[in-house]
Design a protein around this ligand. Structure first.
Ligand SMILES: *Cc1c(COP(=O)(O)O)cnc(C)c1O
Length: 390
């Protein structure tokens, strides 16, 4: 059996990958077994913003692998402090709690918000409520799927964690109506990536910020997909002129090499955690911290936010010139192309022409290449896209 068949034979069937097996990657490009080259326009769902195997990030990982990789948080390590300091400076928050996957960063945010409500805001114990948006995607744990509005993410996985309510994304009036004295937090994505690259209406987040402050409710943003320069700014919330109370970061924080995530907040919120409240065996390990620090340095030193903004504006203009799409939307290099019918056949046709991307929400093709992608490579891709969906 070949390797693809082995994965089908022995793996759980929780994915339906495109039939291409990748064996090598460099920058914005990946190669299959036969040596065929593809432009990666998915970037592992935006976990590869810095490109595949960025030499500086690989070098940081290699040099750390020659020293020590895992200590647990039972002891200090010499990589964690500088990494936390760097992410605190870049996010503008006073404190950072390192985890591994995005879902864990979200779980950390939910626990922080609940404990803050109970111990600081004065909500009756175990009554804290959190408001989310319809069409959200925050990960796959049982608590997180408890407040998904996607039928398939929930079906069969109950009983669910109580304490969540969901309102339409982009509707500030509905959000205000859902706030109660028990409300601890509002948890939102600045742009709903998995939901189909859904943009908020102008002014929405400014109103949400104002409502949260007025009702003493925390505003927590999940920037696991939109953060770290993807939308043309370091954080998508910068486009909205607001600052959240808590921030979930993941994906590209691991530089395309390793799972690294974090929850960032100021002391008033983060200090609800005391030793023993919360943790992770691998969170903040020296290998993760060394990689995370290099991942952040590359984003800043190569000005990948500006590259994403410039290339994204150009690419979206080109896509808007096509006849086929029903809608083209996004920011920076997080772009969704809505089609009249299923997007998967289009992704398969693009794959056959050397471009890898993935359908999301059935009718949307998401284009999210590594931010290091060269303009010339985007031009080549655009010619192919124009032939596949004129
Ligand atoms: C990918 C993603 C997550 C979950 O991250 P994992 O690392 O897969 O657990 C959470 N929120 C958003 C917005 C994401 O895009």
């Amino acid at each position: 059996m070949n390797h693809m068949d082995l994965a089908d034979r022995y793996g759980a069937r929780n994915y339906h990958p495109l039939p291409v097996m990748l064996v090598r990657g460099e920058g914005a490009w990946v190669w299959d077994h036969a040596g065929t080259r593809y432009l990666d326009m998915l970037s592992a769902y935006s976990a590869v913003n810095q490109g595949h195997l960025h030499p500086r990030i690989v070098a940081a990982a290699r040099s750390q692998l020659d020293r020590i990789a895992l200590t647990s948080r039972a002891f200090h390590n010499d990589q964690l402090g500088p990494f936390l300091q760097r992410l605190a400076a870049l996010s503008g928050f006073g404190r950072v709690l390192p985890m591994n996957t995005g879902a864990e960063a979200v779980e950390t945010a939910l626990k922080a918000a609940r404990k803050w409500a109970h111990t600081v805001k004065g909500v009756t114990m175990d009554r804290a409520e959190i408001i989310v948006a319809n069409g959200n995607f925050h990960g796959r744990t049982t608590t997180i799927v408890s407040f998904s509005t996607e039928e398939q993410y929930r079906l069969g996985f109950g009983p669910f964690t109580p304490g969540f309510s969901s309102v339409p994304f982009g509707d500030a009036d509905a959000l205000e109506a859902a706030i109660t004295p028990q409300t601890a937090a509002v948890l939102l994505e600045p742009i709903q990536g998995e939901g189909g690259v859904v943009m908020p209406p102008p002014g929405y987040f400014a109103r949400v910020r104002e409502l949260c402050s007025r009702h003493r409710v925390l505003l927590i943003l999940d920037e696991i997909q939109t953060g770290l320069c993807r939308t043309g700014r370091t954080w998508a919330f910068e486009h909205e002129g607001i600052r959240p109370d808590g921030l979930c970061v993941g994906k590209a924080l691991g530089g395309g090499l390793y799972p690294v995530s974090a929850f960032c907040a100021d002391s008033e919120l983060m200090d609800v955690f005391t030793p023993g409240d919360h943790g992770s065996t691998f969170g903040g390990n020296p290998l993760a911290a060394a990689i995370g620090l290099a991942a952040l340095d590359v984003l800043v030193d190569e000005d990948l936010a500006k590259k994403a903004a410039d290339n994204g504006t150009w690419f979206m203009e080109q896509l808007r010139g096509l006849r086929t799409p029903v809608d083209v939307r996004g920011r920076g290099l997080l772009i969704g192309v809505e089609l009249a019918g299923p997007a998967r056949p289009v992704c398969e046709a693009l794959m056959a022409r050397g471009i890898l991307c993935k359908d999301t929400h059935r009718t949307v093709v998401r284009f999210a290449p590594p931010l290091v992608v060269a303009r010339a490579d985007l031009e080549t891709a655009m010619n192919v896209i124009a032939e596949v969906m004129p």
